[in-house]
Write a protein that binds this ligand. Structure first.
Ligand SMILES: [Mg+2]
Length: 221
């Protein structure tokens, strides 16, 4: 019998990237010596982020240490984030594993950043390293079909699914390859705003409001 291969996007799908940003800002506010308290630095950086201002510049202008914006960006990218999975995500992953489905990740980003997130989220409880495709390591980014074909080559003859949030790039390759795809609707705090576009080339098979997409995987639709 054909098995199912369920591949997820990482940021704003398995966890909220805003939590990564908060964690990084906290690290930046505590790691250096500033003219203001670390909580004032953190609060103002977050406020500036929300107002589309330059949070890093504000931090650099108030820093006592001899560091520049690039140093802060390095902390942002390389820190070990304080992030965790929501309960609903844990139960979905538990269910998929119990059903013996293969679970994978296709994510765009730097190796060290994405690996640190995966480690903090303890995703290796459900997903093995070989089933994680990170663009910097892999050599191409979504919507490149190769990133998805990796799973087709590794697990031939199965049914493939992709769950993501970015309508500009996540679902193009799945559509081309005949995978079923689901887009998690932005609950209002996604890092990349989600403009739902009515382009059949870009859209997923289904928009879902929470992680409870399992009913669509087990039923014909
Ligand atoms: Mg995403």
């Amino acid at each position: 019998m054909r098995s199912k291969v369920i591949v997820f996007d990482l940021d704003d799908t398995l966890y909220y990237e805003i939590d990564y940003l908060k964690s990084a800002f906290k690290e930046i506010s505590e790691k250096f010596s500033y003219r203001l308290s670390s909580s004032e630095i953190y609060e103002t950086m977050f406020d500036l982020y929300n107002k589309k201002g330059d949070a890093f510049r504000f931090a650099v202008e108030n820093i006592n240490d001899n560091v520049d914006k690039e140093d802060l960006i390095n902390v942002y990218r390389n820190h070990h984030p304080d992030i965790s999975l929501a309960e609903e995500v844990v139960s979905v992953l538990d269910f998929l594993k119990k059903e013996n489905y293969i679970i994978g990740i296709i994510t765009d980003g730097r190796s060290v950043t994405q690996r640190n997130k995966i480690k903090s989220l303890e995703l290796n409880r459900w997903i093995c390293d070989d089933d994680i495709v990170i663009s910097e390591e892999f050599g191409s980014e979504k919507p490149c079909v190769s990133n998805y074909e990796y799973f087709e080559k590794k697990y031939p003859g199965n049914e493939f699914y992709y769950i993501g949030d970015n309508v500009k790039k996540d679902f193009i390759a799945p559509k081309e390859l005949g995978w079923k795809s689901f887009c998690l609707i932005d609950r209002g705090w996604n890092i990349h705003s989600q403009d739902i576009i009515t382009d059949p080339e870009l859209n997923p098979d289904l928009f879902i409001s929470d992680m409870n997409f399992i009913r669509y995987i087990n039923d014909q639709y």
